[in-house]
Design a protein around this ligand. Structure first.
Ligand code: CTP
Ligand code: MG
Length: 388
């Protein structure tokens, strides 16, 4: 028997946990990673694998709709059923759901908490099932192992010790019978199989198949996603008019004139907002905040910039660096530069990019040189998930 019979390999993805250690406003498997829910990453890896014929997902009772939303366009290709109070119970229920009129010959049991499932690793697990009723991906332990409480009390040899991952693959009938007979307390399906006397082969695992357990793991996983770096530019001009102050790069500056505009006429923040929108390919500030809309009359431009930053976050991206150049004879930017940098960093909030603000005159030439208005240009560099 080979792994060529596509319809006989099923994937069972378990996603019925609470994700308590990971925190967040919802269970970790429904939190976004690279702009899409974690569970969608794992499910897609199996749907895309040529040797996998069907995918069964189990979720907590009542979470079926949340799961469908999370899967988006993939939802129609996945069977969704209820899990149980423990991982072991969730797996058993998923196996029962697969055990209909046409049960698969083999099953790959996978944690939704492991979003990245390299296709080659799936292949290694399936191939090993030609020789053994079970197979699991494993990685060697590289750190020394010691027993102890507050002090070291003993040594544990690390030779022959493995960290096992998922998907763990099994002969379907054998693992279903093993689960039906298993006492509670198993943390994975290798434990269930082993207790039933099934031989489980070790195949090479993959560091990318890490499990997300605590909040810090999200950042580590995000760094593994394929990404691209995009740069956008922006340019804006506002005319001087009556007034005794103006807004520039989010800072109020007393001046002999004001700037005329529909909003607060902050050319620096407008150019920067356009630069971020440009990096995203999301049009320009006028598309998002039409001047014809009374809501934006006199609006403080930090809202425009915060909106652009939110779009980057929604796309699963991160602003790396922004650079604004103010083009004006007056007011002088120097005395306000530090405040401008701080204000822009504050508006961009959690993105914590590097921020640069600088200024130039035009040697008296042109509209800026004649002190008719102010111009600003900006560049923004953004890292975005690469969806191919
Ligand atoms: N799982 C499940 N049903 C349960 C418990 C866990 O399907 N009753 C799934 C989780 O959704 C996860 C996998 O088993 O995909 C591994 O479990 P773990 O990493 O422990 O996730 P949680 O139990 O959700 O997290 P925590 O233990 O921090 O609450
Ligand atoms: Mg758990």
């Amino acid at each position: 028997m080979g792994s060529s019979s596509v319809s006989t390999v099923a994937a069972l993805v378990v996603a019925a946990g609470r994700g308590e250690r990971a925190g967040g406003d919802r269970a970790k498997q429904f939190q976004a990673l690279g702009g899409r829910p974690m569970v969608a990453h794992a499910v897609e890896a199996f749907l895309a694998h040529p040797a996998v014929g069907r995918v069964q997902l189990v979720v907590a009772d009542g979470a079926e709709d949340e799961a469908r939303v999370a899967l988006g366009s993939l939802a129609g290709r996945v069977a969704i059923g209820p899990g149980g109070a423990t991982r072991q119970e969730s797996v058993r229920r998923g196996l029962e759901a697969l055990d209909g009129a046409d049960p698969p010959a083999r099953v790959l049991i996978h944690d939704a908490a492991r979003p990245f499932v390299p296709a080659a690793m799936i292949g290694r697990v399936i191939d090993a099932l030609d020789q053994h009723p079970g197979a699991c991906p494993a990685l060697p332990v590289v750190d020394s192992l010691r027993l102890g409480g507050s002090t070291v009390e003993g040594m544990v040899a690390r030779d022959g010790v493995w960290r096992v991952q998922t998907p763990q693959g099994f002969d379907f009938g054998a693992i279903l019978a093993a689960h039906r007979a298993a006492p509670p307390g198993a943390t994975d399906d290798v434990a269930v199989a082993h207790a039933a006397g099934l031989t489980v082969a070790l195949v090479e695992g993959d560091e990318r198949a890490m499990k997300i357990t605590v909040p810090e793991d999200f950042a580590r996983a995000s760094a593994m996603l394929p990404s691209l770096v995009a740069t956008g530019t922006g340019y804006d001009v506002h005319r001087f008019g009556p007034g005794d102050h103006l807004w520039l790069c989010g800072v109020r500056i007393p001046h002999e004139a004001g700037l005329v505009g529909h909003s607060d006429a902050d050319a620096g923040l407008h150019a920067l907002t356009d630069a971020i929108l440009g990096a995203l390919g999301e049009g320009d500030i006028g598309v998002h905040f039409p001047p014809s809309d009374a809501r934006w009359k006199g609006a403080s431009s930090d809202r425009f910039l915060a909106h652009a930053a939110q779009l980057v976050a929604d796309a699963g991206g991160r602003i790396l660096h922004v650079d604004v150049t103010v083009i004006a004879e007056a007011p002088k930017v120097g005395p306000h530069r530090a405040a401008m940098v701080a204000r822009i960093a504050e508006i961009l909030g959690g993105h914590a990019p590097r921020v640069s603000v600088k200024a130039t005159t035009t040697e008296g030439l042109g509209f800026a040189g004649r002190r008719e208005g102010i111009a600003a240009q900006a560049a923004a560099t953004v890292r975005l998930p690469d969806r191919g």
